[in-house]
Design a protein around this ligand. Sequence first.
Ligand SMILES: Cc1ncc(COP(=O)(O)O)c(C=O)c1O
Length: 444
Amino acid sequence: MIRPSASMLPANTSLKTVNSTDDRPEAESLLPSVGLLALDRQYAGLREEIRMAIERVCDSGRFILGPDVHELECELARALRVPHVISCASGSDALLLALLALGIKVGDEVILPSYTFFATASAVTRLGAVPIFADIDPITYLIDPADVERKISQRTRAIMPVHLFGRTANMDALLPIARAAGLPVVEDAAQSILSTWHGNCSGALGDVGCFSFYPTKNLGGIGDGGFLTTTRDDIAASLKLLRVHGMEPRYYHQVVGINSRLDSIQAAVLRVKLPHLNDWTTARQSNAARYMELFSQYDLEHHVVVPGDEPRGRHVWNQFVIRVSDGRRDALRAHLTKCNVGTEIYYPVPLHLQKCFEPLGWRTGDLPATERAADETLALPIFPELEPAEQRTVVGRIAEFFGTPTPRRSTADATGSASAAQATNGPHFLRRMKAVGRADDVRC
Ligand SMILES: Cc1ncc(COP(=O)(O)O)c(C=O)c1O
């Protein structure tokens, strides 16, 4: 029987509560299905508050921007400890607005990873600028600073790291590179709200940060939405103008902007959710720690590489992405699908090999670490409301696939209760990260 170890649980969680369904034979502990997401569980807990918030907006007749949007911006600024928050209609628009505010134009080059969601690159091409794709670090899947440095040219106008899967890119390396070259840094933090780097929030590290309220994000709306952060007064002023067609005052247009405003219903709903974000993030961290323990108990590290935590900051686990090599990723996914376990591939085709970017001339083999990640990675359910029994089912099904269905007993069971933060940031994690080493060293 697999038991969650005390060290994987939040400090105030009693083992008795979590283990209450554990006294069952091993075979019975695997559930008939586990979804990749369960947004309904979050909604169920907030249903009344959300409905009241929507009703309040409807009664007010203020649907675009308005008081709820202003309050949300202030609350986010406090939560992220950043002086300026400017909301907009989506994370994709946030990226576009950031580049517009920096004056990126036709022919300029912007360096970004190819292993990211499409919007990071399309913001660049939409302005007639050229995306220059950098490879990733094979362990973190985040942009490789050494490759960024190699790709800086006379035409480079910005660097766009993506804090993918909830983990901040290596800003210790990237910021000095950008500073030395005199380049602004646009952080794509769509997947990493509340992540930190040496105690500072993502989005407040470079010149401008871009976030998404897409429903599956750690702070998701009930539709599209996004926001930008900046510590720079000049950029904040530009962004406020650019999101309303450059209009100030009404019907007087200072610059050509776009229409990208957050609507009040989204803001009102997000204001209900924001006070819970820290707890949801802690739950994601606990879930990540529990997966680590389960993969170890089943000796699955010989077959998959599990992601490590980030010792220099807070990893907020928007995704828990494992690496499966020997060409077995798709077969594993098919097995999990057959067992009703939801998974996803982020992302099956790297951006430099997308059809729409063919004219840019990139070829297979240009970004080896990126291409390998696209072939080998698989995201597992990690949402905050995920139950321990569901995680045991996910890992149990993976173990079935690899023919190692019997777990070792957890050594951590005897260690007493430790906080989730210790489990994810403490020596246990550091030992695990060391054990994994660089991807090339790993048998996976
Ligand atoms: C890394 C990244 N950048 C940008 C975006 C775009 O955000 P949105 O879907 O809100 O436009 C997303 C969201 O899917 C994302 O994951």
